[in-house]
Write a protein that binds this ligand. Sequence first.
Ligand code: PLP
Length: 431
Amino acid sequence: MKYYSLHKAAPDVDFREAVVNGQAPDKGLYFPESIPQLPKDFVERLSSLSKEEISFKVMKPYVGESIPDDVLQKIVSETINFPFPLIRVDENIFSLELFHGPTYAFKDVGARFMSRCLGYFNQSSSKKTTILVATSGDTGGAVANGFLGVEGVEVIILYPSKKVSPVQELQLTTLGENITALEVQGSFDDCQAIVKQAFIDEDLKQKYQLTSANSINVGRWLPQQLYYFFALQNWQEKEPPVICVPSGNFGNICAGVLANVSGMPVKHFIAACNANDTIPLFLETNSYQPKNSVSTISNAMDVGNPSNFVRILELFHQQTNDLKKHFTAVSVSDDETRKTISDVYDDAGYLLDPHGAVAYKALSDYLKINKSDKGIFLETAHPVKFPDVIEELLQIKIPLPENAKTLFAKEKQSILIDASFDKVKDWMMNR
Ligand SMILES: *Cc1c(COP(=O)(O)O)cnc(C)c1O
């Protein structure tokens, strides 16, 4: 499989180079030159196949010759070795729980796949790779966990001090080994700006082979298709589902659309956004106006200029009218999100996290109009990662998952640093 840059001003590359480069030299996103079509009987037989079989079959064409079959088989098996349950919440609404991985967020799947691919590619390189990543909470934990112990790779995470939740912070700061956490005395935007500057700094480039692990990397984007197939494996209704995805950078929903284009039946897609409504407005007005992000209680979706949306347009051959027939985007406010968490907890006894709640609300509104449809929303994080919002609202204490308890027994290790590129650079040059 070859990948081209969506800016069309960089050479085509294979899977290996696309993962190692992250972004094309012309700053475009990589996109597969053709979308593999799955055989009809594969889709019909989904429920009789194992998760490992499905994962290998779906990923193989995208990886091509970059990774031998036996290695790819091992990588996909390790990527998805936790449950992806589809839970009925009420008559017409199902929750696809993606928070049963090591850091309780769907980002585990992409991070685990990408880290193992890079680990394999790195075996034939003498230089150590350094992953530099800024996080508002979820990404850093998933990336750190995915890369923990991977030979020849180290991870440096920048996170905003006091702006991530206790579980998130412990996930970032207690791993040790090849993972280092820089606790930046500033905002997430500061962390991101420092990382961006590091990637173009000549001294740092001399000393380090720097790579990013953000969601535009095809190594993180493509494996996210898998859990849509797992959902369909367990879907027992007559008609295909409406699928609603809580969206920030639009990588997750874009992977769902990709699965659909390659043959997986889906009735309709809904992108559920919080107050960051760039895409809902675009679909309404046909004019794309990126914005500065605004803070919400579903903070992993606080994105004002979603980077993966260009890939969704490409999947629809840039035909916005076609897109609108299959794809809706809506914006849900924090007040509506809070009310949804309370209502669903009271009525169905189901505990939503703020991100899943945005999606639940968007889906239930859609089903009020499209009464014969049934749908799935993606529950992208465990509620325990967002205790402030939920515990205040419901007056409950969220029980810690069994393996989270061990987190609290560990000691936080971080390096406190000013929100200044020069300070971070000094530290990186002198360690
Ligand atoms: C990252 C994240 C999202 C948004 O996913 P995108 O692929 O950026 O659209 C939604 N929910 C949670 C919990 C996340 O961590």
